[in-house]
Design a protein around this ligand. Structure first.
Ligand SMILES: C[S@@+](CC[C@H](N)C(=O)[O-])C[C@H]1O[C@@H](n2cnc3c(N)ncnc32)[C@H](O)[C@@H]1O
Length: 302
C-alpha cells in the first residue's frame, strides 16, 4: 500500500463516526444536550446537538475579547465535520480547526470553501502532531467537543501550555470514566472511551492551568444513549434475527459457510462487538454508572 493510500485508510474509530453521521443525517458528532423541554426522539437530535453547541460556545470568552484586538482566536481540536467551527466563525471568532480523519477533513474543507469571508486554517493531523513552534501563545482559547477522549492526556497538556496565551482558556466537553470502571459488573465494558476522571485531575495538577468550571452534565447527555439503545434493541436486533432466520431457512449451506468463515477470521472481534452491542447492556443506566460527562473550563495561569 502506498504512503498516501495508508494515510487515507479509514480506521474503525473514523468508520463509527462517519457511519453514525450518515445514518442519523446530522452535522455534529456529539451526543447533544437533552434539556427537559426537548422530547426524546430522533427528530430532535439536531435540536439537542445545537443546545450543546450553544452551551460550549457560551463557555468560551466572548468573540471580540481577544488580546490582540483582532477578535478571540480559538482552535477547535477534533473538529469533526466543521459544523461548530463554522458557527464559531459566524459568531465572530477567529477560528482554526484540527481533524486527523481524512473523510471528515474533506467535509470541513468543503464547508470552509462555501464561506465567503474569514478564512480558517485547517490542520489535518492529530493534536499530538500540532506544529507547536509556529503557534506559541497563538490562541486565546482551545475547544475539545467530545474529542478530548481520543487524545493522550499526557501529550495534550504540554502542547496546550505552549499554544494558549496566559489567561486564555480551554473548554473540554466530553465523557470520562468513573471510579466504577473495571469493576466487572454487567455492562462494565459496554461503552469504550474516556480518560479516567481521577487521572485527569491528577494530570492537571502538573500543568499551568486552573480548573474554573467543572459541571456534571451526564444526565442531560445520557438520554441520547436511551434513544440509541431503544433503536438497537427494538429495531436493529429484531431485524437482524429475522434476516438470520430467512437465510438459515432458505440458504442453510451457503449461510452456514459464510458464518463459519466470519467466525474463523473475526471470531474474537465479533464476540467483543456482540458483547458490546447485543447483550442489552448499552443502557442509559450503565452509561451513567461508568461515564461522567463533564463541561470543564480551564484557565491558563498568567
Ligand atoms: C466524536 S467526534 C467529535 C467531533 C466534533 N468535535 C463534534 O463535536 O461534532 C471526535 C473527533 O475527534 C477527532 N480525533 C480523533 N483522534 C484525534 C487526535 N488524536 N487528535 C485530534 N483529534 C482527534 C476525530 O477525527 C473527530 O473529529
Amino acid at each position: 500500500m502506498s504512503t498516501s493510500a495508508k494515510k487515507d485508510k479509514m480506521n474503525s474509530k473514523e468508520l463509527g463516526l462517519v457511519l453514525g453521521q450518515q445514518i442519523l443525517g446530522v452535522n455534529d458528532l456529539h451526543y447533544g444536550l437533552w434539556e427537559h423541554d426537548i422530547p426524546l426522539s430522533f427528530a430532535n437530535v439536531a435540536e439537542a446537538q445545537q443546545r450543546y453547541t450553544d452551551r460550549i460556545i457560551d463557555a468560551l470568552p466572548s468573540a471580540n475579547g481577544g488580546g490582540t484586538g483582532g477578535g478571540t482566536k480559538v482552535i477547535d481540536i477534533g473538529c469533526g465535520t466543521g459544523h461548530i467551527l463554522g458557527q464559531l466563525l459566524d459568531r465572530g471568532f477567529v477560528a482554526d480547526g484540527l481533524v486527523p480523519a481524512p473523510k471528515l477533513a474533506e467535509q470541513v474543507r468543503k464547508r470552509l470553501a462555501e464561506r465567503s469571508s474569514k478564512p480558517a486554517r485547517l490542520f489535518e493531523a492529530t493534536f499530538e502532531q500540532f506544529p507547536v513552534d509556529e503557534y506559541r501563545e497563538g490562541y486565546d482559547a482551545a475547544l475539545f467537543s467530545e474529542s478530548y477522549q481520543y487524545i493522550p492526556m499526557a501529550a495534550s497538556f504540554p502542547i496546550l501550555a505552549k499554544i494558549i496565551k496566559p489567561g486564555g482558556v480551554i473548554v473540554i466537553c466530553d465523557f470520562f470514566k468513573t471510579e466504577h470502571a473495571g469493576d466487572g459488573q454487567p455492562g462494565d465494558k459496554s461503552f469504550g472511551g474516556g480518560h479516567k476522571m481521577s487521572t485527569f485531575y491528577e494530570e492537571l495538577e502538573k500543568h499551568p492551568f486552573s480548573l474554573v468550571q467543572d459541571e456534571d452534565i451526564t444526565h442531560l447527555v445520557s438520554p441520547n444513549i436511551k434513544l440509541l439503545d431503544e433503536a438497537l434493541m427494538l429495531k436493529i436486533v429484531p431485524a437482524g434475527k429475522t434476516l438470520n432466520r430467512f437465510l438459515t431457512e432458505n440458504y442453510p449451506r451457503t449461510w452456514g459457510i459464510i458464518k463459519a468463515i466470519f467466525k474463523l477470521f473475526l471470531g474474537k472481534k465479533i464476540e467483543k462487538q456482540k458483547y458490546k452491542y447485543f447483550t442489552g447492556n448499552r443502557t442509559q443506566a450503565v452509561f451513567e454508572r461508568y461515564k461522567t460527562y463533564r463541561l470543564l473550563v480551564l484557565k491558563r495561569d498568567s
